[in-house]
Design a protein around this ligand. Structure first.
Ligand SMILES: [Fe+2]
Ligand SMILES: [Fe+2]
Length: 312
C-alpha cells in the first residue's frame, strides 16, 4: 500500500462536542471562542458519525474522502460549513454499514456533493434489519437505504466485501476477519429479515478504514466497531502488510450496557500493547472506555468530537 506524507482528519459529526479542551499538537477544535464569535457558529453533535479525510503528498492534496454521513444531513452540512469543507470537493464516499446513525444523512449530503461520486459499500447494508429489545421494537431500520435513492442522488455504487482503494494511501477494509476471542460477540436484539424470518445479525457489512502515513504507520478508523476494534486493527495490518500502528480512532462499540464484563479492560490493554501512539475514541466507544483509556495511558488519549481537526 502506498503511503501519504500527511493526513488531515475532520470529525464532521460525532455524538459529543468538546468545546473546552485546548488545542494541542496534531489537534485543533472549533472551540467556544470560535463558536460564539460572529464569524463562527455553534458546532453540533448528533447521534452518529461522519469523517472527511484528506491525504497529502507533500503540500499537494491527493484525495478527499467522506466516511458515513451522520444521522441528519442538516447537522452534517452545517458542521462542514463551519469546518470550511465544500461538499462538492468530496471525491469518494464510503458507507461503513447499514445503520441509520451512519447513513441517515446520506441522501442530503449526496445532493450537496452535487456530482456523481463513487460510493463503496458492502451489499449486506441493504438487507432489511430490525432491533428488538424488551423496551423497543424497531422494524426495518434501514428501509430508507436503497440503491435506487442513492443512485438517483449521484452515488455510483460499488458493492464489495473486499478491501478497496478509496483514495491516495487510504483504503477500506471490506469485511473484517473476526479472530479475537474476547470480541466474539453477537449483539443482542439485532436481526436481519430474510424471507420474512428474523435471523441474528452479525453486522458483517461492518467496513473500516486504513490510512498509511509515511514514517509513522497505520491510522485505523473504525466507524461503529461491530467487528471489534482489535480484530479491525489486526486485519488492517494483514491487508496492508504494515505492522506499525500509529493511531486507532472511531467508534469502538464499547458503550452499550450489555458489553461483556472485562471487555473494556482487555481492549485498553491490547491497544497499549500494540503501542498505538494515539487512541481517539468517538461515537459508541462509551464513557467507561474513555475513562479507562485515559487512566491507563493519558499520553495516548485524544479527546475528540464534532468539529475536531487532526493533522498527522
Ligand atoms: Fe452500527
Ligand atoms: Fe453507530
Amino acid at each position: 500500500m502506498e503511503s501519504c506524507t500527511s493526513v488531515r482528519i475532520y470529525v464532521v459529526v460525532d455524538n459529543y462536542v468538546d468545546m473546552l479542551s485546548a488545542n494541542e499538537e496534531h489537534v485543533k477544535r472549533l472551540r467556544m471562542d470560535y463558536q460564539f464569535s460572529p464569524k463562527g457558529g455553534i458546532v453540533q453533535a448528533d447521534s452518529g458519525i461522519c469523517f472527511v479525510i484528506d491525504t497529502f503528498n507533500g503540500k499537494t492534496l491527493m484525495s478527499r474522502v467522506m466516511i458515513d454521513s451522520g444521522f441528519e444531513s442538516s447537522v452534517t452540512l452545517h458542521n462542514m460549513k463551519l469546518l470550511g469543507i465544500d461538499p462538492k470537493s468530496i471525491e469518494h464516499v464510503l458507507l461503513s454499514h447499514g445503520h441509520p446513525d451512519h447513513f441517515g444523512g446520506m441522501l442530503g449530503v449526496l445532493r450537496a456533493i452535487h456530482h456523481k461520486v463513487p460510493f463503496t459499500v458492502h451489499s449486506d447494508a441493504f438487507i432489511p434489519r430490525s432491533i428488538i429489545t424488551n423496551i423497543t421494537r424497531a422494524d426495518w431500520i434501514n428501509k430508507k437505504l436503497t440503491k435506487a435513492s442513492l443512485g438517483k442522488n449521484g452515488a455510483v455504487i460499488k458493492e464489495t466485501s473486499k478491501p478497496a482503494k478509496l483514495g491516495y494511501a487510504i483504503m477500506s477494509t471490506g469485511m473484517v476477519e473476526r479472530k479475537i476471542e474476547f470480541e466474539k460477540e453477537v449483539p443482542k436484539g439485532r436481526f436481519q429479515i430474510i424471507g420474512g424470518k428474523l435471523i441474528p445479525d452479525e453486522i458483517k457489512d461492518d467496513t473500516n478504514i486504513v490510512i498509511n502515513v509515511k514514517g509513522k504507520g497505520l491510522i485505523v478508523l473504525s466507524m461503529c466497531g461491530h467487528s471489534g476494534i482489535i480484530n479491525t486493527v489486526r486485519y488492517a495490518q494483514k491487508i496492508t502488510g504494515v505492522k506499525k500502528i500509529y493511531c486507532v480512532m472511531g467508534g469502538f462499540h464499547l458503550g452499550h450496557p450489555d458489553i461483556p464484563k472485562g471487555k473494556i479492560e482487555k481492549t485498553v490493554n491490547e491497544l497499549v500493547k500494540m503501542d498505538a501512539k494515539y487512541v481517539v475514541p468517538l461515537h459508541c466507544s462509551g464513557l467507561n472506555f474513555k475513562f479507562k483509556m485515559m487512566q491507563k495511558a493519558p499520553s495516548r488519549f485524544i479527546s475528540s468530537g464534532s468539529g475536531t481537526v487532526m493533522d498527522f
